[in-house]
Design a protein around this ligand. Structure first.
Ligand code: SAM
Length: 361
């Protein structure tokens, strides 16, 4: 199956998009910069937004402080997340691979020739490759767009699958989910398949998740599809706890890297990372993992041009949720999104779901 990667079939590039700049790989794998220019044409709005959320999150009252989960996904964070997916404790990837290994051909059957596939928060492409391999085997000429937040990681992960395909063209979209939704509006002439894997939907509140999926429904045509993977609540408590606190300590490093990322984003010593530890907690009532930093000793957070903020020993700072969905909650989610489940594939024990949605009944 090795062969040259053809240039992606022409897909409109919005006028506001700025072409990526790094040489080398980019000559063969186009990375389209779709980061919103809402705030400025010169400064990346993505980083501005994260800095603003860091400031507002740290200025909340005692024990109500929160940090944006986007801090997790810088280049180092994405590499650590990939390592997490190889941890035996991280059952989510294992279950998703179980589903995709058995059903990738069925999924590929429902992708029309000439379609574009847009993957939200693509990360490493080990699982996606199962679908792309099935499309290639079926001789479907499609263009796959991996969307994520870090350009070097987009180049690295796409390079790992480059060369496997002659029918499947590859490209990266550098930006946020919202940027991807805006970009997608301009791709009307080809069938569109959205992929959202890894139970990333769980990182949003249940309400936000419904609204978010609905924004895609508002722009997709009846022939288009949205495929989303969701973890269930159907696991032993200890298995969930281990998934978010693996015994090799990779998740802990992944979490604490987000604090270091604050210093990089402000280019200053804002946070003393050694003053914090990672502390996950599975909230059975809410059906979600909650990820916190626990402050180990009184410490000052020094954001440039702002009054230093005291964080107290024992204080918790929340930075991520991972919601789980049972069958009824999935149905409620589809209803909130105004979508219809066309097909649902489950892992063998019925504890992880991959659902294909449509907006035409
Ligand atoms: C839980 S990881 C899942 C990665 C991969 N899809 C998988 O299944 O292993 C979430 C991914 O979504 C990306 N991500 C999170 N929030 C995002 C946002 N608002 N816009 C774009 N990408 C986002 C992260 O960078 C990361 O790659």
């Amino acid at each position: 199956m090795l062969g040259p990667v053809p240039s992606p079939s022409p897909v409109p590039i919005p006028p506001g998009s700025r072409p990526g700049a790094s040489p080398g790989l980019e000559a063969t794998i186009p990375i389209i910069d779709i980061r919103s220019t809402a705030h400025s044409v010169t400064v990346a709005a993505l980083e501005d937004g994260i800095r603003a959320n860091v400031l507002s999150g740290f200025t909340k009252p005692y024990n109500e402080k929160e940090l944006p989960n986007l801090l997790l996904y810088n280049e180092e964070g994405l590499r650590l997340f990939e390592q997490i997916t190889y941890q035996p404790d991280y059952y989510l990837t294992r279950l998703e691979i179980d589903i995709l290994s058995r059903h990738a051909h069925q999924i590929a059957n429902s992708v029309p020739d000439g379609a574009i596939l847009l993957e939200l928060g693509a990360g490493a492409l080990r699982k996606t490759a199962l679908i792309l391999d099935a499309l290639e085997a079926q001789g479907k000429d499609v263009t796959y767009f991996a969307l994520d937040l870090d350009k070097p990681e987009l180049l690295r992960t796409l390079a790992e699958v480059k060369g496997r395909y002659t029918h499947v063209s590859l490209a990266g979209l550098w930006g946020t989910y919202d940027d991807g939704c805006t970009w997608l509006k301009q791709v009307k002439d080809r069938p569109r398949i959205i992929l959202w894997l890894g139970s990333s939907v769980g990182n949003m509140s249940r309400k936000e998740a419904g609204q978010f999926i609905r924004t895609f429904g508002d722009i997709l045509a009846p022939r288009d599809r949205f495929i989303v993977a969701i973890d269930s609540k159907n696991h032993k408590l200890n298995d969930i706890r281990a998934a978010y606190d693996d015994r090799a300590g990779v998740t802990r490093r992944f979490a604490l890297n987000a604090l270091g990322n604050i210093n990089d984003l402000f280019n200053a010593d804002v946070v003393d990372v050694s003053s914090f530890d990672y502390n996950p907690y599975y909230n059975e009532v809410q059906g979600r993992n909650e990820a916190y930093f626990r402050c180990l000793k009184d410490t000052q957070v020094r954001i440039p041009s702002e009054t230093p903020i005291l964080v107290h020993e024992g204080e918790y700072i929340r930075f991520a949720f991972s919601h789980k969905y049972d069958r009824v909650e999935r149905q409620v989610l589809w209803t909130a999104a105004g979508a219809y489940p066309v097909q649902e594939w489950m892992s063998q024990d019925g504890d992880y779901a991959l659902t294909m949605l449509s907006w035409s009944s």
